[in-house]
Design a binder for this molecule. Structure first.
Ligand code: SF4
Length: 472
């Protein structure tokens, strides 16, 4: 899982004070959080607020923060502190905390930091317009009571009805299909911050994708903490949902994340293989540790051998598959020998990309209470060794793409980097590779088109190439 930070630095000047209904959202976390921020912007736009690019222009600042790793609450307080001068200059400025940190900390945030006006959780995003209107109304009625709002309950019994709201969907966008998780891996805070797993009705997912296709979207990524265990109200499985999307919606490409090895079965792999015209042959399958004893302590529900069996099944059915994974280094009780099992797993499977992190203790989780925590210095040294080992392999795997022709869905035009008479574009291949290429200025309208690119230079994270053949 990729961790993203979307907040941009800003420089405060005395004359800059946000007025009106401008909203600025600072986002930390995984793709789920980025998607939630987009939803917040959409909901607030419908309630007559305006998204702004800088906290300086905002009358509402929201920090949408992740609590998966690294001292998230400290990060939130430190970011709120950065807005002190803005709040002093404009006492009407409202500051709110959302996302997993809001869900987890609730009233504590308000108690500990008087600058925070409201807190909401992952299940109460849709109440944001009401929260802000309440705050504004109370202010206008000159209610003397310090007006602060906390809405961070879980709607455990309510179905997961959440229309996809994307402001500018572009070429590729995300569609939520599940939310929350029932797996309770001992290191993970998600079941506590996102609640129990719920699936969206199949008809709603299909309707969203139909609408997105009409808006020009070519690729969707089906999103959830564990998409493989999707089950609609009428019993449709994840594999069958993908099959229907591939057959009925007119979308050109389908991706999905995140998968869980225990729920990845032969039927799903068959569906991917059968619909490779639409479903990309890129699979992100987190293994977390290469040692079965550690996997058991993590409550992952599979052994090393079972994971490898699944990988072999995938490779046999989809011979051109590209694999990536998530790994935790230094889980409590991990010995050097256990870590060697992780290193050997990376080599044996041949992942083109890995997302690896040092284990960190998260509130409420079982592993946080394990007594055999691994010292930070060892965790960090193992992480570095893991990256070093993977790096050598990743360069070789990338090299094998040189001279191959890949289908690239064009997503971006880079006017600022284009040189005389040429235009630079970038897009993603089916294998999820970021590919840059240049074409004569006559081809100025490639965004949303799929082009054939012959790869001339391939590095692990970025490819370069030349366009060949016709444009689809
Ligand atoms: S499967 Fe495990 S790691 Fe993934 S969200 Fe659920 S509890 Fe967390």
């Amino acid at each position: 899982m990729e961790i993203i930070s979307e907040n941009k630095p800003f420089a405060y000047k005395n004359q800059d004070i946000g007025q009106g209904r401008g909203v600025y959202i600072s986002t930390y976390g995984c793709q789920m959080n980025v998607n939630d921020s987009d939803r917040m912007y959409s909901l607030l736009e419908m309630a007559n607020f305006t998204p702004v690019d800088s906290p300086l222009e905002a009358s509402v600042i929201i920090i949408n923060s992740c609590s998966i790793r690294e001292k998230p609450v400290h990060k939130v307080y430190s970011e709120v502190g950065k807005y002190r001068k803005l709040k002093d200059a404009n006492p009407k400025l409202k500051i709110g905390i959302g996302g997993c940190v809001g869900q987890q900390e609730k009233e504590k945030l308000i108690k500990n930091q008087p600058m925070i006006d409201f807190v909401f959780g992952t299940d109460t995003i849709d109440t944001l317009p009401d929260i802000l209107n309440d705050l504004i109304l109370k202010e206008e009625s000159k209610d003397d009571k310090k007006n602060r709002i906390v809405k961070a309950g879980f709607a455990h019994r309510e179905p997961y009805h959440v229309e996809t709201l994307v402001r500018n969907p572009g070429v590729s966008t995300f569609v939520n299909i599940t939310k929350g998780c029932d797996n309770f891996c001992t290191f993970c805070v998600v079941p506590f911050t996102r609640g129990r797993e719920k699936s969206r009705p199949k008809t709603h997912v299909l309707q969203d994708i139909h609408t997105l296709v009409k808006r020009g979207v070519k690729e969707v990524t089906l999103l959830g903490q564990n998409v493989n265990s999707y089950e609609s109200e009428c019993g449709t499985s994840f594999a069958d949902l993908m099959k229907t999307i591939a057959k009925e919606t007119g979308i050109e490409r389908i991706r999905f994340t995140t998968s869980h090895p225990k729920d990845f079965d032969q039927y799903l792999v068959d569906v991917i293989a059968e619909h490779q015209d639409k479903i990309c042959e890129y699979i992100h399958l987190p293994f977390q540790s290469g040692n079965s004893r550690i996997l058991e302590r993590m409550n992952r529900g599979y052994t090393r051998e079972q994971y490898i069996e699944k990988i072999n099944m995938i490779k046999k059915t989809i011979p051109n598959v590209v694999l990536s994974t998530d790994i935790i280094c230094g889980f409590p009780g991990e010995t050097e020998a256990d870590f060697q099992d992780t290193l050997s797993m990376v080599r044996e499977v041949g992942y083109e990309t890995i997302f690896a992190f040092m284990y960190s203790q998260r509130p409420n989780t079982k592993a946080a209470k394990f007594e055999d925590q691994v010292p930070d210095a060892i965790k960090s040294e193992r992480l570095q060794r893991l990256f070093d080992a993977h790096n050598t392999m990743a360069f070789d795997l990338a090299k094998a793409y040189e001279n191959r022709i890949l289908d690239v869905l064009v997503e971006k035009k880079h006017d600022d980097e284009s040189v005389a008479g040429n235009i630079k574009f970038s897009g993603r291949s089916r294998q999820n590779k970021l590919v840059y290429f240049e074409v004569p200025a006559a081809h100025s309208d490639l965004i949303g088109r799929t082009v054939n690119i012959k790869i001339t230079k391939a590095y692990p994270a970025v490819f370069r190439g030349d366009m060949v053949g016709s444009i689809n």
